[in-house]
Design a protein around this ligand. Structure first.
Ligand SMILES: [Zn+2]
Length: 122
């Protein structure tokens, strides 16, 4: 099974965008509004821009959270597939099989364990 979703590729960029939208821009706008209030200037649109940036950061955060959940489910499925396939004999030429643990290629179909390493085969 191929690993389709890997947050290592772009997760850092999403976290950076969340930090900018959710913390950086609101803090900057809040400081600007404090300065404008100190000067006695009212600018009501500033509040909407601040709320919009916060909402964008929140939406990105929820998107990243759902991607993390999907990636965890994918990794669990890959792990289960690996556990199920571990110890399976590898078919080789002329009816022989290969031991996945030691590489012994002289395993017959009726043998349940490897005669060299003694590990149980599926
Ligand atoms: Zn073996």
């Amino acid at each position: 099974m191929k690993r389709y979703l890997n947050l290592n590729d772009f997760g850092g960029k999403i976290v950076l965008a969340i930090a900018i939208l959710g913390i950086g821009i609101p803090a900057l706008l809040w400081a600007i509004s404090l300065a404008l209030n100190a000067l006695g200037i009212q600018w009501p649109a500033l509040r909407f821009i601040l709320l919009g940036a916060l909402a964008g950061g929140g939406i990105l955060f929820l998107g990243l959270l759902s991607l993390v959940i999907v990636e965890q489910i994918q990794d669990h499925l890959i792990y289960k597939m690996y556990i199920n396939s571990r110890g399976k004999r590898i078919p080789s030429a002329q009816g022989w099989s290969e031991c996945p643990f030691c590489g012994n290629r002289k395993i017959k179909d009726f043998e349940n364990s490897c005669p060299i390493c003694g590990r149980v085969l599926k």
